[in-house]
Design a protein around this ligand. Structure first.
Ligand code: MN
Length: 261
């Protein structure tokens, strides 16, 4: 009896979901798709992504849509694998393919932050210690100046309780994560990974890489003794300079990643 009730509710919800299927905002700029494909591979080459993690970009024709690959290893992503999502993280047409469980990270941040045009979620290893200890991730050199004075940590336990699988697998958790990110560029996820945001694909890749690099260098520097960090003013000034420089490494990384084998 109960099984039948669940099935009936499932059918009703299923038909509602079908009605709510979002319309496409149209074909995105092919150069944007090309850069998104490249970003997937570059982030693997740089050790930010591995078999896991994802990168998305806001649709160039509609700010209420974003583009991201179907659920798959980032190094294998091709243009055909890129799907369009609305900000409730529903795929316009998933083409029968699985989508990422943690897509809520992306939609909820795009909703909360109109300035954000690209998002990277990774499990890059060097930042993990800063999410689980009392030591804050802070910029120790100019390349990571975009982090500001320090980096916030999202404690999923405060929202999901003591027994979650740590994944941002629904809109409520995505909203809470976006709140922890606030107006910053990076947020760490305790016992899980991090999220980096930016105003373009080249910038978000730059930031995801140098956040990871800063974590590695900060851990090394702390072993040597007392560490001198950037001041808030130095961080702001250096971040402004770097924003004019993101295309230089991007062109290099992209060319290497897309080189025919
Ligand atoms: Mn994850």
């Amino acid at each position: 009896m109960r099984a039948f009730a669940v099935l009936a509710i499932g059918l009703v919800l299923g038909s509602t979901a079908a009605l709510a299927q979002p319309k496409s905002a149209g074909t995105p700029d092919p150069r944007l798709v090309e850069d998104l494909v490249a970003a997937n591979r570059v982030l693997v080459d740089l050790g930010v992504l591995d078999g896991f993690g994802h990168v998305s970009v806001r649709h160039d024709k509609d700010a209420s849509r974003y583009l991201m690959s179907r659920s798959m290893a980032p190094a294998l992503v091709k243009a055909d694998d890129i799907l369009e999502f609305d900000l409730d993280n529903v795929a316009v047409d998933a083409k029968g393919q699985a989508v990422f469980l943690e897509r809520f990270i992306h939609g909820e941040i795009y909703k909360a932050r109109p300035d954000v045009k690209a998002v990277v979620h990774s499990h890059s290893p060097s930042v993990i210690p800063f999410g689980v200890s009392k030591t804050r991730l802070r910029p120790i050199y100019h390349m990571s100046s975009f982090m500001g004075l320090d980096v916030p940590v999202f404690e999923i336990r405060e929202v999901a309780g003591p027994a979650s699988d740590l994944l941002v697998r629904n809109a409520g958790l995505g909203t809470a994560l976006a709140k922890a990110l606030s107006d910053k560029t990076v947020v760490l996820m305790r016992g899980h990974g991090s999220v980096t945001v930016g105003t373009s694909i080249p910038q978000v890749v730059f930031r995801a890489y140098y956040a990871e690099m800063n974590a590695r260098l900060q851990s090394e520097a702390m072993r040597l003794g007392e560490v001198t960090y950037l001041t808030a003013e130095e961080a702001a000034a250096a971040a402004k300079t770097n924003d004019g420089q993101v295309m230089r490494p991007w062109e290099l990384w992209k060319r290497k990643a897309m080189k025919p084998e």
